[in-house]
Design a protein around this ligand. Structure first.
Ligand code: DX5
Ligand code: ZN
Length: 231
């Protein structure tokens, strides 16, 4: 079974949190739907963040379903342990492997949802055939690697195309967007048909992150036409 969204899901990204106080920062987004954890290896992207030991520790301090976004090379080797550790969803990048279906199979076999990430410049068409092997499509709306970048609106064409397929019953997959989501951009993404919105700086840059999560969800819900359609 794939996730279905009967309301917009908000996934705060701890990339913009204080890494010296991670448990507190996770507690600060109480009520979030998913906790988005960006794993970067300094090879697939020019930045380095955290890995499995930190994810394992975070899993011990929160019940929020964990959404691991692996911006790493060789996901076939490194992704399944995140599923085994107890992540809810494990997303890796289409650009990082020649055999995404095998990686998705291993993630699912280890007990997590499998997500396929695509960079802003990566077209959707070559992957349409394999999306049945996935539970989540993560559409990047900035170049992966850093928080706080400006939203790239052109990627919404890919979201609209996916939304049409899902609403037509041809695919059952959750559409997630990542990068530059804030109070100014979330409505356009919601209108295009996004189910799950990652937000890093927009959440952790505010005094009350939990209230910001709620406000973002309400903003998206007000303009999410697909959430009222049969899924
Ligand atoms: C970027 C990461 C994002 C990042 C988003 O490579 O995948 O999850 O945290 O940060 P904002 O919301 O600040 O663009
Ligand atoms: Zn991310």
């Amino acid at each position: 079974m794939s996730d279905t969204a009967d309301r917009p899901l908000i996934a705060p990204s701890i990339l913009s949190a204080d890494f010296a106080r991670l448990a507190d920062e996770v507690a600060a987004v109480k009520g979030a739907d998913w906790l988005h954890v960006d794993v970067m290896d300094n090879h697939f992207v020019p930045n380095l963040t955290l890995g499995l030991p930190v994810v394992q520790s975070l899993l011990g301090v929160t019940d929020i379903p964990m959404d691991c976004h692996l911006m790493i090379e060789d996901p076939g080797r490194w992704a399944p342990p995140y599923a085994e550790a107890g992540a809810h969803n494990v997303t890796f990048h289409a650009e990082a492997t020649d055999d995404p279906v095998a990686v998705a199979r291993d993630i699912r076999a280890a007990g997590a949802k499998a997500g396929l990430g695509i960079k802003p410049g990566t077209p959707l068409d070559p992957y349409l055939e394999i999306l049945r092997s996935f539970d989540t499509l993560l559409v990047m709306s900035v170049e992966p690697g850093f928080g706080g970048q400006a939203f790239i609106p052109e990627v919404l064409d890919k979201v609209r195309a996916m939304r049409r397929l899902v609403d037509a019953g041809e695919l059952r997959i959750l559409i997630e967007i990542d990068g530059g989501i804030n109070a100014d951009t979330i409505e356009a993404a919601a209108e295009a048909g996004v189910d799950c919105f990652v937000a890093g700086s927009a959440v952790y840059g505010t005094a009350d992150p939990a209230a910001t999560v709620t406000a973002l969800r309400e903003r998206a819900a007000a303009v999410s036409p697909h959430l009222h359609l049969p899924r």
